[in-house]
Design a protein around this ligand. Structure first.
Ligand code: GTP
Ligand code: MG
Length: 187
């Protein structure tokens, strides 16, 4: 009986996961969270773009998925220097890149490398999102991946890494982000 209770408790504890949402200022993290919350609550999302403000500090959003609950913690881009203080106690990481902002690519690449090399995140599941695919001036996925040296990064990382194209504005890729959160493994 006690074993059964312990195992139920353990299952319950592991069902509430925390995912960190990281990326430079203005890449679209807050908009993504707002769209994911609507989509997970109502099954579909209207195509309106809710307004966002730059996140100073952190922004917590609970998502109820089919099999589990996930708390997504966005860390504002302006908080970059103190991101590492949030690296413990999370099971997965979403890292967003603005694929319409070529000037930001190299700094995003440096940030991504430091996230992947952080010891507390060595076994976290990682999703890299190339956002703003709706904009006319975006780089192609091949160009983005080659600028970021994505193949080398994936080969040398200790984490399982998934990449996805997204438009938090048009809704492209939102359902796949939810599916990834549903299936990403607990550390
Ligand atoms: N065209 C387009 N605009 C987007 C998309 N995603 C976000 N934006 C816009 O980009 C701007 C910044 O979005 P935020 O979600 O506030 O960015 P953030 O990453 O949370 O920024 P910080 O909180 O400062 O780190 C807003 O005007 C959004 O509407 C997208 O996929 N396409
Ligand atoms: Mg924000």
């Amino acid at each position: 009986m006690l074993t059964l209770l312990c195992s139920c408790w353990k299952t319950k504890m592991t069902r509430n996961e925390t995912c960190l949402l990281l990326g430079a200022t203005g890449v679209g993290k807050t908009l993504l969270l707002k769209r994911l919350q609507k989509l997970s609550l109502h099954g579909l999302d209207d195509l309106g773009t809710p307004p966002t403000l730059p996140t100073v500090g952190t922004n917590l959003t609970d998502l109820t998925l089919k099999k589990k609950k996930v708390t997504v913690r966005e860390l504002g881009g302006c908080m970059g220097p103190i991101w590492p203080s949030y690296f413990n106690d999370c099971s997965s990481v979403i890292f967003m890149v603005d694929s319409a902002n070529i000037a930001q690519v190299s700094s995003s690449c440096m940030q991504l490398l430091s996230v992947l090399s952080a010891e507390p995140l060595c076994s976290a599941s990682v999703l890299i999102l190339f956002n703003k695919r709706d904009m006319p001036c975006t780089m192609s996925l091949i160009e983005m991946k080659s600028l970021l040296r994505m193949d080398d990064i994936i080969e040398s990382a200790t984490q399982p890494i998934t990449t996805l194209e997204l438009s938090a504005r048009s809704g492209q890729g939102l359902q796949q982000v939810l599916s990834w959160l549903e299936s990403s493994t607990v550390k």
